[in-house]
Each structure stands twice: as C-alpha cells, then as structure tokens.
Design a protein around this ligand. Structure first.
Ligand SMILES: [Zn+2]
Ligand SMILES: [Zn+2]
Length: 424
C-alpha cells in the first residue's frame, strides 16, 4: 500500500535512481536542514548527524522543515529527520543521530553512498576527512562539502582520487583551532569558546544545498565532468555560477592518511562488546595472548588525544580521583571530585601530581577496565582498533619484530540506523 501523502506523478521520473541510496548529512544547521529536505524530495534516504540543538537566534537561516518556535531546544539531527518523514518516497527512511563527530569512526560511514559535510568549523571537516580516508576505497563514500559566505554559496564533490577535503583548506586556518596544553598532563578536550558571528542568509544556505544536491544528481545520473569539481555561486552585482577543478595541495596531511593494510573483523559492536570479550576474540584470531590494544588516537583541533585517564587529581582541591575516561572525552569539569563538582568549584590547578594514564590496554588491565565496553574506553562507533604484538620487542627501534593488525566490529555500521544518541 502506498503511504505517501503526495502524488508522485507530479514529480520527476528519476526519483527511483535515488532509492536505496543511503546518504548521510553531517551537520544539520542552516545548510544541512535544506540538504535533508532536498535529498528526501529527490527520493533518497538521508540520515543526519549533529550534536547541537536548534536555537531561535538561527531560526531565520534554517529550512522551514524546522518549526519555529516549537523546535527550539531540540537536537538538530533528530528533529530534521523527523520533520522530513512526510516527504520521503515509499520505502525510504531518514534517521537522526544526536552525536559529536568525535564519537564516530570510519566504519560508521562505510554504508553510505555519499556523506555531505555541512559543517561550520574546520576541525570537524579535518576529522571527517580523516575518517573517510581511513576507509578502503571500495567502502569509501563520496564527499560533498558546502559552505556560504554572505550571499555567496559553494559546493565541492570529491571521490578522494584527486584531492581530499583538507586540500581545500589553507593550513593557516587550522592553526587557530589548536589548543594549548600543558606538557606534563594528558591533553584533555577544552570547551569551545563562543563562535564568532558569521552573517549569511537562508537564501545562501539553501543555494549551497541546491549546488550540493545538483552535484549529487550529476553523479547519480552519470553527468560527465561532475566529479571532483567545485561550484561557486556569486550573488549580484557579479552574478555568476562558476565550475572549477580544485588541485591537490602539496604535502597535504589529509592525503597522507591511508586505510589500514590489514583489517580484520570482530563480532558485535563497540557499544556492547567489553574489552574482555574483544581480547578473547582477538586472541582466538591471532593465536596468542601477547598483544595490546592501542588506546584510540583522536586528532582534533590539531591536538592528539591518545591516552586513557585512570586516575587524576581534582583540579580544585587536589584530591585523587578516578576518571576512567579517554582524554578526548575528558573536559575540565570531569577533573573535579564529587564535592567540588557539587559546590560548583572551577578547575584551576595545574601541578604535576601523580596520575595514571594508559596508552594501551592489555590482558593484565584491572577488572573494572576489562568490564567496560570498547565505546566507554574511548573507541568511537565504527573504530579501527590497532592491535600490537610486540613479539619480544622492547621499543620502537625493534620495529621489525612488532606486528600491527587493525580490527573493526562487524555490527558497528548497522548502528547508524538504530542509535538515537551517543554521548561521552
Ligand atoms: Zn589532501
Ligand atoms: Zn575536589
């Protein structure tokens, strides 16, 4: 039975070409909300990812799918994917996930035909580029990135064969997002400061979404010369639509990222498999218990978060505390003891008191850590987990002896259709 409300005979006949194509929109604000609307009306199945909530102050930039004022305060991804449902074709779906991009790994994107980067910050674009580059080419989605500036709109579609997303960014833009950290403690995440106001219009946002979906339509319909191009719309007085062919950037750190040479599969999902269970599966596959799992390495805002914090000290009173959190998911308020947190104290101490940090998990880790899920230990959904067999090597100079294998969990990709929220 046909459950759609509208008359499909009044729409373009190419819509079935987009059926069964899963697309993911990362960032569901001004441009992203228009993207999801258009993708649904083209006949695709758009999923949505965003950690942020809708605000009244941005209401005039969004697609009217979002209701004002009643949707203010709701998660952007969950709200837009719900509001778009009446416009989906028969059999198509839209699923919204309330999540920070830092909680997703490469395999989370492996099922998608294309990932739209409708992100307003460079750090997230660099991270998304890294995740997509870590996927082997046969499971790597296309990337379409858009943006606005004043009344100008732009979109780039790339398949990662000629250039990457980072090639399109000036390295000097990324420096500003670097966070200063003390050299003695683990770099934890810093709360984002207030974002500067960027003036742009709903027309520019919707135009950027139009350019992106037109590029996607060009790809799906096999239009020659559509791939690896940038479309730039300039408003009056210099009204113009320009097509250009971006070039790779020399010594691009993004282009240097490669998928793992050996990727093996574990059963389950990082959300439910404990470290103990994962180690059992790994030892069955490798035929040894002499291995370690490197703690997840999160590169974000030009900072590497690569350790798991077991114990720290309260940054207000100095009392030792157990943290049991990945450094990339640890914010200043996590480094306060219960009492100081209750009394609303501010973290301010930066001394060199003893702390316990792990850079790898081994079969000899304490029980409390063995019982934690891989996700709670800091591995993102869809992680590539690095497993190192030292085979007698003492340090990296013994590199010949060290064997590295990457593992991923075979149910992680399905979770992108099931989970509602990921939080640290
Ligand atoms: Zn590049
Ligand atoms: Zn305290």
């Amino acid at each position: 039975m046909n459950s759609v409300l509208y008359n499909p005979d009044k729409l373009m006949t190419d819509r079935p070409l987009f059926h069964n194509r899963r697309v993911c929109v990362v960032g569901c604000g001004a441009v992203g909300s228009y993207l999801i609307e258009q993708l649904a009306k083209m006949g695709a199945s758009p999923d949505a990812v965003d950690f942020d909530v809708l605000t009244l102050e941005n209401a005039a930039k969004h697609s009217s799918l979002i209701r004002t004022p009643e949707d203010a305060g709701r998660n952007k991804a969950v709200c837009v994917s719900e509001r778009v449902k009446p416009f989906l074709d028969q059999g198509c779906t839209s699923h919204g996930i309330d999540s920070d991009l830092c909680l997703l790994g490469p395999e989370a994107f492996a099922d998608y035909d294309v990932v739209f980067a409708a992100l307003d910050n460079f750090a997230a674009k660099v991270l998304l580029n890294e995740l997509i580059r870590q996927l082997p080419p046969e499971r790597r989605p296309l990337l379409i990135m858009d943006g606005t500036y004043g009344e100008m709109a732009q979109s780039v579609m790339l398949d990662n064969t000629e250039f990457c997303l980072r090639c399109l960014m000036d390295e000097s833009w990324l420096k500003d997002s670097a966070v200063r950290t003390s050299c003695t403690s683990a770099p934890i995440r810093q709360n984002d400061g207030l974002a500067p106001i960027v003036r742009t219009s709903a027309r520019a946002s919707s135009l950027a979404a139009h350019l992106s979906t037109e590029q996607y339509r060009g790809y799906v319909t096999g239009a020659p010369g559509a791939m690896n191009r940038r479309l730039t719309y300039t408003a009056y007085p210099g009204l113009e639509l320009r097509v250009s062919h971006p070039l790779p950037k020399r010594n691009c750190p993004g282009c240097a990222i490669q998928p793992p040479a050996h990727l093996r599969w574990l059963r389950g999902s990082v959300l439910t498999v404990s470290l103990r269970e994962a180690m059992q599966q790994i030892s069955e596959q490798l035929g040894t218990t002499d291995f370690e799992l490197s703690v997840h390495r999160l590169h974000y805002k030009e900072v590497l978060h690569s350790c798991f914090i077991v114990t720290e000290y309260c940054r207000a009173c100095g009392k030792p505390i157990r943290v049991l959190k990945h450094a990339g998911r640890t914010f200043p308020h996590h480094l306060l003891c219960l009492e100081c947190n209750l009394h609303g104290k501010q973290p301010y101490l930066t001394s060199d008191l003893p702390r316990t940090l792990l850079y790898a998990f081994t079969p000899s880790c304490e029980d409390a850590i063995q019982d934690m899920t891989l996700f709670d230990l800091g591995y993102p959904l869809g992680a590539h987990i690095e497993v190192i067999e030292r085979q007698g090597a003492f340090d990296l100079l013994d590199r010949d002896k060290i064997k590295t294998t990457f593992f991923a969990l075979d149910e992680d990709h399905c979770q992108m259709r099931q989970i509602q929220k990921l939080s640290c």
